[in-house]
Design a protein around this ligand. Structure first.
Ligand SMILES: Nc1ncnc2c1ncn2[C@@H]1O[C@H](COP(=O)(O)OP(=O)(O)OP(=O)(O)O)[C@@H](O)[C@H]1O
Ligand SMILES: [Mg+2]
Length: 537
């Protein structure tokens, strides 16, 4: 039976199929006026006609946009995954303000669209394309292992898994993108050297995954067929899209043009040009990046920007990624003393943006004693690792990349404290293992429980969340045993009282093997309970 590994990336979605011992990257096709295009990546893009409601996905969307550009009613969303950040704050595409701040006018125009519905539509189109490739029997279920950024927040994980299922994929399990790459590397080394997995020395791989929209770092400990993530971290808004924007900004500075002066269509076209100029650097011969504004209807003289000047602008953007990798390696070493920054530690560079020569240079300079390997599969490594997992050849365990918890009141409601339920680094259960469980008792200081969930990467000296804070859903329920658990209450109904202080409520948190968290709220005095999936509802 065929099984799939799928990497839903910011720029590219890649599917690898395993059938009768052979791993193959799925090829996608689209017919253009000038012939058929076949490629091994399915662009993570959507084109929408706001008047007719018609939508095109993946290769079709990319091709149509490339050929015609959007008409006056068209919106092109090239990096769908980036909009999942906003999911924890609501169902729709990131708010107009936030979207504009990130320079995505398309998203600003799309506030009315439901991100989950768009994602499901995109994934259905991906499923159709996989079936149309002829690489899988049409009647077979799409048994799939999916991946997500190590740094993905819980709501992103929840919505991604849900949309894959609704699109018709049979999601067998999930894993973090860098873990998948470590598995692909280990499999490749083992196969290349003809080493049996059991004979391989235990070792650590630090994965540095710089793609189109996110940066992920993980240290994975490998012992035979067992892969254990020791530590993970990342930057959710650093990737090739940002490097494209930086180059466009540099061109615009030279043209003395402001971003606002461009129409969305021209801006998109210029961004595409910036991206293809950026991608030429990897060849090693290009010394300057060129743009002729006349090709885009702009009345300015052509400019060229030296690659070195471009790199100067990117270096400060890459420094936090290097610092994150260092921090992740330190956390891994604290858990497993055999992890040391020496020749025994391999740093594996994956993701399309790792092709920028500056990346390998900066990583090698930062970790001079480690073995730095630049992948030969920048786009397919993650999906390949996921496909290897889909065959059940390996076992793996991930960890929480961030602290998960809730804000509680202390000092009789005078101040707040962040109560960490699952600290960063907590191992997530393996598939088939029972959920991780934590129980918390709480003596009410109000009539209503208002549980404010969030995730963050660090905690400040004041005990409050600090760094990369992501709010999850708020959950309300009455402490008053007279009222049923599902009695509708809201923030306005909350009043301080000690009436229920001697009727402690119990919160039981469970985390499944995909890192999806639920809370069961129990009121022992009334012997009732209610279960919530913790995500924005
Ligand atoms: N030769 C190259 N030099 C520099 N960057 C490149 C090159 N080729 C591709 N890229 C960049 O790689 C990025 C896409 O990489 P990749 O497919 O790994 O990302 P993704 O998996 O879709 O995104 P993410 O992992 O962040 O969700 C794009 O920004 C693209 O411009
Ligand atoms: Mg990726």
């Amino acid at each position: 039976m065929a099984r799939l590994g799928i990497d839903f990336g910011t720029t590219n979605t890649v599917a690898v199929i395993h059938d009768r011992g052979v791993f193959s990257v799925v090829l996608h096709r689209a017919d253009t006026g000038a012939g058929t295009v076949v490629q091994d990546v399915f662009p993570s893009a959507i084109l929408i006609d706001r008047l007719s409601g018609e939508q095109w996905f993946g290769l079709e969307a990319d091709r149509l946009f490339g050929q015609r550009g959007p008409g006056p009613h068209h919106v092109f969303l090239p990096s769908l995954k980036r909009h999942l950040w906003g999911y924890a704050e609501g169902h729709s595409i990131a708010s107009g303000h936030e979207a504009r701040a990130r320079g995505c006018e398309a998203a600003a125009a799309l506030e009315q669209f439901d991100i989950a519905r768009l994602l499901t539509g995109f994934l259905q189109s991906l499923a159709d394309s996989i079936r149309a490739s002829g690489m899988i029997d049409p009647a077979e279920p799409l048994e799939t292992v999916i991946t997500w950024p190590a740094n993905a927040n819980g709501a992103q994980r929840y919505i991604t898994r849900k949309c894959f299922r609704e699109a018709g994929f049979d999601v067998r399990s999930t894993l973090n993108e860098p873990t998948a790459s470590a598995i692909e590397l280990a499999d490749c080394i083992t196969a290349g050297r003809g080493v049996r997995k059991d004979d391989r020395e235990p070792s650590a791989v630090a994965v540095f995954d710089l793609g189109g929209g996110t940066f992920d770092a993980s240290v994975v400990w490998i012992e035979g067929d067992e892969f254990e993530v020791l530590a993970s971290g990342g930057i959710e808004d650093l990737g090739g899209d940002d490097f494209d924007r930086t180059l466009l900004d540099m061109f615009l500075e030279r043209f003395k043009l402001s971003d606002e002066a461009l129409s969305p269509l021209t801006r998109h076209a210029l961004l595409r040009q910036a991206r293809s100029q950026k991608e030429t650097i990897a060849g090693g011969v290009v010394r300057s990046l060129f743009l002729n504004p006349l090709d885009f209807g702009l009345d300015c003289s052509p400019v060229s920007i030296p690659v070195d000047a471009y790199f100067e602008r990117i270096i400060p953007m890459l420094k936090p990624a290097i610092a994150t990798l260092r921090k992740v390696i330190l956390s891994a070493a604290a858990r497993e003393p055999r992890v040391r920054t020496g020749p025994e530690l391999t740093v594996y560079l994956v993701g399309g943006s790792a092709k920028l020569p500056l990346v390998a240079r900066m990583v090698s300079d930062a970790f001079p004693n480690c073995r730095v390997i630049l992948t030969d599969k920048p786009f397919t490594s993650v999906a390949m690792g996921a496909a290897i997992c889909a065959t059940d050849r390996v076992t793996y365990r991930d960890v929480f990349a961030r602290h998960f918890g809730l804000l509680r009141l202390k000092d009789n409601g005078q101040s707040e404290v962040f109560d960490i339920i699952f600290p960063a680094g907590t191992p997530i259960p393996r598939r088939g293992e029972s959920p991780l469980e934590r129980c918390a008792w709480y003596h009410p200081r109000h009539n209503i429980g208002h549980l404010r969930y969030l995730e963050c990467t660090s905690v400040g000296v004041n005990g409050l969340p600090d760094g990369n804070v992501r709010h999850w859903s708020d959950v309300f329920f009455p402490y008053d045993p007279v009222l049923p658990m599902d009695h509708r209450v809201s923030a306005e109904d909350v009043v301080p009282t000690d009436r229920f202080a001697d009727m402690p409520a119990c919160e039981v948190y469970r985390c499944d093997s995909d890192g999806v968290i639920t809370v069961e709220l129990r009121r022992p005095t009334r012997n009732d309970s209610r279960v919530h999936e913790i995500y924005r509802d």
